[in-house]
Design a protein around this ligand. Sequence first.
Ligand code: NDP
Length: 403
Amino acid sequence: QGKTLVVGAGGVSHAAVHKMAMNAGIFTDITLASRTKSKCDAIAASVLERTGVTIKTAALDAMDVAATVALIKETGAELLVNLALPYQDLVLMDACLEAGCHYIDTANYEPEDEAKFEYHWQWAYRDRFKEAGLMAVLGSGFDPGVTSVFATWLKKHKLKTIRQIDVLDANGGSNDQTFATNFNPEINLREVLQEARHWEGGNWQTSPAMTHKVEFDFPGIGPKNMYLMYHEELESLTTHFPEIERARFWMTFGDAYITHAKVLENVGMTRIDPVMHNGVEIIPIQFLKTLLPDPGDLGEETKGKACIGDIATGDALDGSGEKTFYIYNICDHEECYREVGSQAVSYTTGVPAMIGAAQILTGVWKEPGVWNMEQLDPDNFMDMLNTQGLPWQVHELNGPVEF
Ligand code: NDP
């Protein structure tokens, strides 16, 4: 019982595996596997030092389905937690089906040569997981992840329907770097530089990347500029809550970040297609990733807070008319570092990955098929957020957002 195989040993994995070890009653046996075994060993050493728990490590190229199947069987894992990259989602789902193992991840599948952020590839696995009696849970990070659970909790306890929803993601943290991303640079820049898209009036509305800016006064952080952008939970939320009339996603960026990202894009450094360089084929954004700081290493020098949440408006459950609620978590970079040696963005993704995994291992979530977070019961997950380091608050606002 509780045997877990974690794939990927980056920043998010570091936080998630520490939190799993701190919940050894649920995660009774943890194996951490990744392409570079030394990174697994470094996390294992830190876990042992901080928690006294020994975890196993292994080298694994997740693109090799047969190797993953063999490792699942060898470890006896009942759950695979995918904390590698979005490119590995489908092959890891294939391996789970073949080996008879449940699956959970934090980001939707992307082909390496297309930045699409669409769920249809993974939703196409629904019947196969159902028939195999296995559960796959998609997007158990913070956003996507907690932001969808927040929406479901509001629908269960406060609102009959959600007419409009805004997801607001603020990172008020600062570090000594001139330019650094707060999670995998390649995935982060692909996401940020795509066309902005939001759901309104039954359609997707598009606008050029980073053009729609609004100042918002974030709890625990203060006023920050946030930009309208596309994020994958917009697709799943509007699919599973079809009453939503408008759904938008906002993220804060400083002026220096925007300038760097734009220059890098303008000179071609964020291209995801192969180009010839001195007779060698390179993909510019992958070369750029090699040059940029590893977000997993920024924990020690990052200070400040992150605040992520939803503002949702709809008819109140108690029949008292239209109501608007703001539900959010505030997370402190330095506290995360003290607890598990991670900065807040790794922590706010890794802790929900652990909590989602715990829902499956303890049988709170046990329906075979492929599920997004907003389709599953939120209550135990929300309780664990409070006890596992990501406490949340909900406040009623005077009315719907006006930006
Ligand atoms: P990192 O780049 O720090 O870590 C990724 C890890 O995956 C590395 O250890 C890497 O190995 C490993 N990996 C890559 N390819 C393979 C492969 N073929 N086989 C085995 N292992 C592989 O990324 P992050 O920790 O920053 O992000 C992890 C995931 O979390 C990403 O999918 C990201 O999109 C997602 N995320 C989700 C968020 C949310 O809120 N939902 C927020 C932030 C991130 P190696 O070291 O050898 O390269």
